[in-house]
Design a protein around this ligand. Structure first.
Ligand code: PEP
Length: 253
């Protein structure tokens, strides 16, 4: 049985005050279910991670980072390592979020190094994959997602891959208000699970959690979660409202 997992990606939003109060409200609203019925995480901007982690330390809500660098330490101006993030209370790290792929220009090879660095540094990577609108329209979803999964996990053995969560996030659904239908999500998640079974083994594929992300709202959470291979949700815009995010977490149990 895969425990459901809902994570809120705050992207480049909030400030020193609102990040802490949002985190407190999420912890209060999910206190009866977080940790035992469902894993819950918030993913603030780097600069607010430490204060958010502090207010969440007495709760079962985990903290994640939106990105990491590939190296442990050294002359890499502006970058932040997995071990630094772990040191300030992070559990998870997004790797290859679509905005990093398509706005910043990250390629599969770099994302693969980040997944590996996250695991070596003691973080649990959330590998994000998903197709562009034109790729879906030209029937390339399977091809694109297969390439991103194979490249993102290249060189990692089953033991390391068991630390990974996959997030399927069709790029055309992120921040657009368009959500994949539950059937479209299920089809992509099933493809990913079968692929993991071919790359590793059936048991590992059954254990890995695959989250859906793309304009998830309180009213779409339960139906998406009702799909066999949808194990959780990666929520962007709606995670900036404690009420909406808590409702999504409750809808995902
Ligand atoms: C995301 O940032 O991963 C995301 C899914 O954003 P949104 O929910 O706003 O589409």
């Amino acid at each position: 049985m895969r425990k459901p997992f809902v994570a809120g990606n705050w992207k480049m939003n909030t400030d020193s005050h609102s990040s802490v109060s949002l985190a407190k409200d999420v912890a209060a609203g999910t206190s009866e279910i977080a940790g035992h019925k469902i894993d819950v995480a918030v993913i603030p901007p780097f600069v607010y991670i430490q204060s958010v982690a502090k207010v969440l330390s007495a709760s079962s809500v985990a903290v994640g980072a939106q990105d990491i660098y590939t190296e442990k330490q050294g002359a890499f101006t502006g970058e932040i390592s997995a071990s630094m993030l772990r040191d300030i209370g992070c559990t998870y790290a997004l790797c290859g979020h679509s905005e990093r792929r398509h706005v910043i220009g990250e390629q599969d090879e770099l994302i693969n190094k980040k997944v590996s660095a996250a695991i070596s540094g003691g973080l649990l990577p959330i590998l994000c994959v998903g197709e562009l609108l034109e790729e879906r329209q030209s029937d390339k979803t399977g091809e694109v997602v297969t390439r991103q999964i194979k490249a993102g996990l290249a060189g990692l053995g089953a033991e390391k891959v068991s630390a990974v969560t996959v997030a399927y996030e069709p790029v055309w659904a992120i921040g657009t208000g368009l959500t994949a239908t539950p059937q479209q999500a299920q089809e992509a998640h099933n493809l990913i699970r079968r692929l993991l079974g071919e790359m590793y083994d059936g048991q590992l594929a059954e254990e890995i959690r695959i989250l859906y992300g793309g304009s998830v709202k309180p009213d779409s959470a339960a139906e998406l979660m009702g799909q066999q291979d949808v194990d959780g949700l990666l929520v962007g815009g709606a995670s900036l409202s404690a009420d909406d995010f808590v409702a999504i977490v409750k809808g995902a149990v």
